[in-house]
Design a protein around this ligand. Structure first.
Ligand SMILES: Cc1ncc(C[n+]2csc(CCOP(=O)(O)OP(=O)(O)O)c2C)c(N)n1
Ligand SMILES: [Mg+2]
Length: 325
């Protein structure tokens, strides 16, 4: 079992992940953000459970619903917020936005809006680690919908064949935009597909941060010892719509959403800690207030930060179309 300090740290990081999402949604509503948020609320135990079990040098590839992973891996909140708001101080100098950034200093390979692309990213990073003989493990996060992309199967087959040090994490929130799992997949658990690539697949409760931690740690250690890949399917639910403009109901019932909200991953860990005498209600309130206050300050500072100058428009552009004729 994890010690009190680690459990509390995970609780605090989950609150941070949620506070970041809520701030981003708020800024989007106020038209203060470029692009569109894809809220991670409800899925916090996965980002935090996985990233807390990794070492700093381990690498993660993240997707469109990815700010939670980036926070949990140890991003600087100001730089992350700046990128989401298109500011020069952001991880991509404000030109990538919330779906396109990366920073290897804390093991963040990058995120992408191309559904399924994290799988070949993480597989490539794992191949590089194997060739170098380093101890890094790569993690590829993806949604349930991503599992139906062709490139995912190519990359997983490759990882199975080469016994690469990689952990694939499916965040199965039961929907890909408005399409339910039931309407798009013929099997019950996506983890079953791992058998076809020759490695272990396991479906787990993705709202239990400690369980996600334990399973990730086990998979990562196996990968470090040359045991190859693992596919972890974490069952969860997104509380909000697919993106900022989606109310999240219509294709889902209000009852279903409410039912899942009762399984809140933050409340779950909080209750466990209180029951074990490791946390008091007052202490929880204090931690939460401090995190929300920090996010308030980060947002104010990021909103006041400089936008990229127009004359830097072509900096960092490595290829461009040349007009003919
Ligand atoms: C290659 C590709 N096809 C389609 C899209 C449009 N699209 C964006 S998110 C999404 C659904 C992804 O669902 P899932 O993988 O379950 O992730 P979730 O949004 O549920 O976290 C789709 C189809 C895209 N971005 N990229
Ligand atoms: Mg999904």
């Amino acid at each position: 079992m994890l010690n009190t300090a680690k459990r509390k740290e995970m609780l605090r990081t989950m609150i941070k992940v949620r506070a970041f999402e809520e701030k981003l949604n708020d800024l989007f509503q106020k038209k203060a953000m470029f692009g569109n948020p894809h809220s991670y609320r409800g899925q916090e135990a996965i980002a935090v459970g996985v990233c807390s079990a990794l070492e700093k040098e381990d690498l993660i590839a993240s997707y469109h619903r990815g700010t939670g992973h980036i926070v949990a891996k140890g991003a600087d909140l100001y730089r992350l917020m700046c990128e989401c708001l298109g500011r020069l101080d952001g991880y991509s100098k404000g030109r990538g936005g919330k779906m396109h950034m990366g920073d290897l200093s804390f093991g963040f390979l990058g995120n992408t809006g191309t559904v399924g692309a994290t799988v070949p990213f993480a597989t490539g990073a794992a191949l590089a680690a194997k060739i170098r003989g380093s101890r890094e493990v790569a993690v590829g996060f993806m949604g349930d919908g991503a599992m139906n992309q062709g490139v995912v199967h190519e990359a997983m087959n490759f990882a199975g064949l080469w016994k690469l040090p990689v952990v694939y994490v499916i965040e199965n929130n039961l929907y890909a935009m408005t399409v339910s799992m039931e309407r798009s997949v013929a099997i019950k658990q996506l983890a079953e597909r791992a058998a076809a690539y020759g490695f272990e697949g396991k479906a787990i409760d993705g709202n239990d941060a400690e369980l996600v931690f334990d399973e990730t740690q086990r998979a990562a250690e196996k990968a470090r010892k040359g045991g190859g890949a693992t596919l972890l399917e974490c069952m969860t639910y997104r509380w909000d719509g697919h993106f900022g403009g989606d109310p999240g109901v219509g294709y889902r019932t209000r009852e279903e959403v409410e039912e899942w909200k009762k399984r809140c991953p933050i409340m779950r860990l909080k209750k466990k800690l209180i029951a074990a005498g490791e946390l008091t209600e007052a202490e929880y309130e204090k931690i939460s207030a401090a995190v929300y206050q920090e996010l308030e300050e980060v947002a104010v500072k990021a909103q006041a930060a400089a936008l990229p100058p127009a004359e830097a428009e072509m900096d960092g552009v490595y290829a461009r179309e040349v007009a003919h004729g």
